[in-house]
Design a binder for this molecule. Structure first.
Ligand code: NAP
Length: 260
């Protein structure tokens, strides 16, 4: 049985993680942590409620989890991960907007337990990134449009940043991003990430969506993924919770566990 602590349990993703872990075989939620919601309850989806705790260090000492799953806020990750790793707890981080260099440094401080981070746990999004790398090899002219709900804390999305990095690593030439010098309104041509133009859209009603558009002579190719519900991320989270205890050090991206 894998004992799981959910950090950010009162949030949108954290609540889904509580229910997904509860429903999965071979794992259970032993603690739900969310400082501003301490004393409240989270529904576990199986007819019970879990009381939310406010202090991560105390929750770890009291419940001795094997794995912490963190879906919180970019500013909370450093403290949470440092605390968990120091206590020998493996970490599965889904919070985006955190620098990979920081995560790598935290893992170097405490290399025993595994620190796993995925900017996107949806299998379809992981496949989109793979396909984008394949296409970029042959079609180097490409732009990314990412679309998320209006309360997202970071822009561009972690998925868009990783997609741009994969494209940058795969394409054989880096074409100029045209049109920047002709912008009439600042930002019209998007942000440049690893040489790829990225456009971020924030609207109520959206969950998490990404389009990667390739252009060639007389043709375009569009790859699109839509998470229309947060349950889309849960099979990936459960997969990571199962796999993380078998590894050590810092690992990035769900690809690493998809063949496990
Ligand atoms: P959310 O609804 O705002 O939930 C975050 C929760 O974490 C809130 O309840 C927040 O409390 C709490 N929190 C803040 N600081 C904390 C701390 N130090 N310890 C424990 N809990 C803390 O946000 P969300 O929509 O669930 O998204 C959470 C993160 O997941 C974001 O970074 C988002 O981009 C990311 N995300 C990743 C994926 C993926 O596949 N990797 C998918 C979707 C979302 P307060 O409200 O009181 O601050």
């Amino acid at each position: 049985m894998i004992d799981v602590l959910v950090s950010g349990a009162a949030g949108r993703m954290g609540g889904e993680v509580v229910r997904a872990v509860t429903a999965a075989d071979g794992m259970r939620v032993v603690a739900a942590v969310d400082p501003n919601a301490a004393g409240g309850v989270v529904n576990d989806g199986a007819g019970a409620t879990i009381v939310v705790m406010g202090d991560l260090t105390a929750a770890i000492a009291q419940t001795v989890p094997h794995v912490m799953v963190d879906f919180t806020h970019p500013t909370a990750v450093e403290g949470n991960v440092r605390t968990a790793l120091a206590a020998g707890v493996h970490c599965v981080v889904g919070t985006t907007g955190v620098s990979l260099a920081l995560l790598q440094a935290l893992s170097t401080e405490n290399p025993g337990p595994c620190l796993f981070m995925a900017p996107n746990f949806a299998i379809g999004a992981v496949l989109l990134m793979r396909f984008a790398g394949q296409a970029a090899h042959y079609m180097p002219h490409v732009e990314i449009i990412e679309l998320h709900h209006d309360r997202k804390a970071d822009a561009p999305s972690g998925t868009a940043i990783l997609t741009a990095a994969i494209i940058a690593g795969a394409r054989r030439e880096v074409p100029a991003a045209p049109g920047r010098e002709t912008e009439i309104a600042e930002g019209a041509r998007g942000a440049l990430v690893d040489g790829v133009s990225v456009h971020s859209i924030r609207l109520p009603g959206l969950v998490a969506h990404q389009e990667v558009i390739f252009g060639g002579v007389g043709q375009t190719l569009t790859l699109r993924h839509d998470s229309i519900d947060r349950t889309s991320f849960m099979p990936g989270v459960v997969l990571a919770v199962r796999a993380v205890g078998e590894h050590a050090g810092f690992i990035m991206g769900l690809d690493a566990f998809m063949e496990d």
